[in-house]
Design a protein. Sequence first.
Length: 606
Amino acid sequence: MWIYLLKFSALLAIFLVFYKIFLEQATMHHFKRFYLLGALLIALGIPAITFTEYVMAQPQPVSAELVQAASLQSDPANLKESINYLPWILWGLYGLGVALFSIKFLINLWGVIKRIRNNPKEKAGPCQHVLLQDPIAPHTFFSYVFFNKKKYESHQIPQEVFWHEETHAQQKHSMDVLLIELFQIIFWFHPLVYISKHYIKLNHEFLADEAVLHKGVNTSTYQKILLAFASHNSYRDVPEPSLSNSINYSSIKKRIIIMKTHTSKKALWGKGVLLLPLLALLLYSFSNKEIVALEQKTKSTETTTQLQVAMENPTINAENIEILINKYGQLLVNSILVEMEDLHSFLLKYNQDLSKEQRSQTLRSIITIDKEAPKEIIEQVEVILTDYGVATVDIREKTYVQQEKEATKAEMKEYNALASKYNAQAKGKYVIKIADMSRLKQLNDRITTAQKASAEPFPKFPPPPPPAVGTPTPPRVIKNSNPPPPPPLPANAPEVDRIAYEKAVKNYKKGNPGLVYDHMMEDGELVEIIVIEDENNVAPPPPPKNPITHMQELAVRGATFYLNGDPVSSEKAIQLVKKNKNINIDIRGVDSVAPVVKLTTKTKGN
């Protein structure tokens, strides 16, 4: 705090000296106005700027004295309690000064508002003239110009004075006055702030004088008017209002000198350009420089880091970061679902004030992955953890799928509809579409335990028949009379299929298989299964349809007909079937919207 105050004081002093030497006598009053206000703000800002430089530090050996000092510092028995009361006293005095100057400012502001309310006013263009009984000098507060009522009504106030005060109102000089008053409250103890206030208010008078002379008023005549007001005894004894711009009679001599001064444009540009190297020099000299040493990873460096951690915070506790990666590539970090792009920022909450080296001494990470988890996700997580500075990464493979997200309302509605459809089928008979079964399993994985309590139970699907190999075959029936053993269960079969498979094996060993399959193939893929569970009787298969009748039904449904690979009309196809009883018929997608019928008259020999 003291260093900051000293830098602020030095900067403000340099700006004021530059103003006194190079700018005060120059006729660039508008530039000077912003220079003086900017000097206060820049003097506040430069000491708060910090430039960081990164350098590679050489590892230093840890001495025995440093180790002993660290152990003494971390030992609570060696810590002596001592209280320094000087800062409390100084802050108390500063707060008292701020309170007194704030009260003074509010009293002055209320006095101005009260004079405006309690005295007659006359509208004069953008300004309002407030007429006072007191023998007070003309002064301005925003758009209100205060005059002595007696002199105002007797027309004893020259027109030049009206123009002078109206300039203060039009250029809003009261804004500058309020700003410097607030600075004075905060820095009530600082003499340079009072000097800045004097220069700012004096420059307001230069601006007002310049505006009057630009209206064509003779310089000598205007100077005589100012001298006449300065010699008036009634005005000399009245104190200048602190929140207003008034004719400051103590600076009449300096104002007269400035009126006679003329600065060339070349000189104005030269003085303005001179500010640029000054600002660069002050920014470099009074800003803060921070050098960050990038330590090399050596044994001595690690020892030093551990020692620094023990000295700065001897009560650091190690934490475990547990990351679950499921088969969907989702991350569950310490029971919170985190997206991959947010993982690094999420980890910063763990001892975020420590450096990467310090975190490596206090944190451990355990990654639990599903055996079906994407490998690229695992590699990305390892990179992030290494960059974050975790000491060790212990990867454990585990078949575990955590449901972090609930199923949506639309997914629940779809699941209940499909589950109800298959649960409502006649006992002992299922007509199962493979697409429905896959979708049900997918939705069931999304449903949480709480949602399953109010959802439809998952249908108990029997195991599917063995997959077809090669060219699709017509629908087939496995009869009970001479049943083969149950087909082998695929390695990735779900739990529901495993239960049904075990039941089928058990029944088969008893000589009572109880499973009859009929399946539908489409383009080489299994699309539908019909399973009949009957441990005692199996109904004989229905008689095959008449080929001509079947062809006619397919034609009505919009089937596409081919003869030896070439498309033909349905009428021609039906006539060929009637005439040639040995024709080969291959029907695909019999239950689809548009079945495909392929007729072949060629024999294998052709």
